[in-house]
Design a binder for this molecule. Structure first.
Ligand SMILES: [Zn+2]
Length: 341
């Protein structure tokens, strides 16, 4: 069973006469569409009035009752939509104790995320094209607010070095319990590595997929902190067809900070809270279709010792981000399983 952490917002907001309410105005919502808003605010004048992670659906203009001056409460708004970039903004001056305050937020186009995809033959190119189509669709449906701009190139387009293929194959090696990333420095100095960009390498090995933010997979969350940083911009996928259709959707989740796997980067460590329809379920195919709001929030904000989300690391979102590992929730991080309304 999923634990839906939704709080009906209307129950928390004091009733006010129409026209005297505080309002959130969101400019740019696509006609006929809605966006999902997560707010932290003070909803009443009492000491317990701080409310975090209030969720509502907006078609552009939403009445909010009378929110109060935040004082010690968070005052933050996050907006998620299919057609626009995720918004995260905070301001202690938005709301006063009087009703009638209006906050206006403008939506911006989805973040364009370049992806350098490197293949060694035409078969791998077909897999890459299909995997990119799937990740594009799933990320839009799950309101990640990004748009991938993939450039799929054969190694021979940028190098005549006969060792090029082997340099890539040496980047991922079988180890007990899976695959580990190795020799990434060698790849990073090649013409088939685009700095500060997601790079995907299709290899002639029967692997699933592997993002290299962390060189090796920790066996448990307690020990994960001691595992060495690799390069979150490097992902390996099988060019032999052994990877799932949803492999890039999954590996880009790791690249965008859903890690370490043992701490909830792989949601099957919380089987009571997630099912195999989640994109970050360890193994799976086309049934992996969903990301939660809690996951998407982290994909835009997460900061950790392995480079954090590549959206910030690659300069596509402003930093510095915040430390919201998958297994922690609290004042500044929604629960990983906080779901869409
Ligand atoms: Zn994984």
């Amino acid at each position: 069973m999923y634990r839906f952490a939704l709080v009906p917002l209307l129950l928390l907001l004091p009733a006010c006469a129409a026209g005297q309410q505080d309002k959130l105005v969101i400019n740019g919502v696509s006609p006929g569409s809605t966006v999902v808003v997560m707010m932290d605010a003070r909803t009443d004048a009492t000491a317990s009035g701080c409310r975090n992670d209030l969720i509502l659906i907006s078609a552009g203009e939403t009445s909010l009752g009378n929110l109060r001056e935040p004082k010690g409460c968070n005052s933050e708004i996050a907006i998620f939509s299919r057609d626009h970039a995720m918004v995260l903004t905070a301001n202690k001056d938005w709301w006063t104790d009087k009703p009638g305050d209006t906050v206006t937020v403008d939506l911006l186009p989805r973040i364009r995320v370049p992806v350098s995809v490197w293949v060694q033959d035409d078969n791998a190119r077909l897999w890459a094209t299909m995997h990119m189509t799937v990740v594009e669709t799933l990320y839009r449906e799950n309101r990640v607010g990004v748009e991938f701009v993939a450039s799929i190139r054969n190694l021979s387009e940028v190098t005549t070095d006969p060792r090029a293929g082997q340099i890539i194959e040496n980047g991922i090696v079988p180890v007990a319990g899976g695959h580990a990333c190795r020799n990434l420095e060698e790849i990073q100095k090649q013409p088939f590595y685009t700095p500060r960009t997601l790079n995907v390498y299709y290899v002639n090995q029967l692997i699933g997929g592997r993002n290299c933010a962390i060189l090796e997979s920790a066996p448990n969350c307690q020990s994960a902190g001691s595992f060495l940083r690799g390069d979150g911009n490097i992902t390996f996928v099988s060019g032999l067809g052994s990877s799932s259709h949803t492999v890039l959707a999954h590996e880009f989740g790791h690249a965008f900070g859903l890690r370490p796997a043992a701490c909830g980067g792989h949601v099957d460590v919380f089987p009571e809270r997630f099912g195999p329809d989640n994109i970050m379920w360890k193994e799976g195919g086309l049934e992996r279709t969903r990301l939660t709001l809690g996951q998407v929030f982290r994909m835009h904000t997460h900061r950790d010792q392995w480079g954090g989300t590549m959206l910030i690391e690659n300069g596509l979102r402003p930093g510095p981000g915040r430390t919201c590992p998958p297994h922690l929730e609290g004042y500044t991080c929604p629960g990983l399983d906080l779901d869409w309304p």
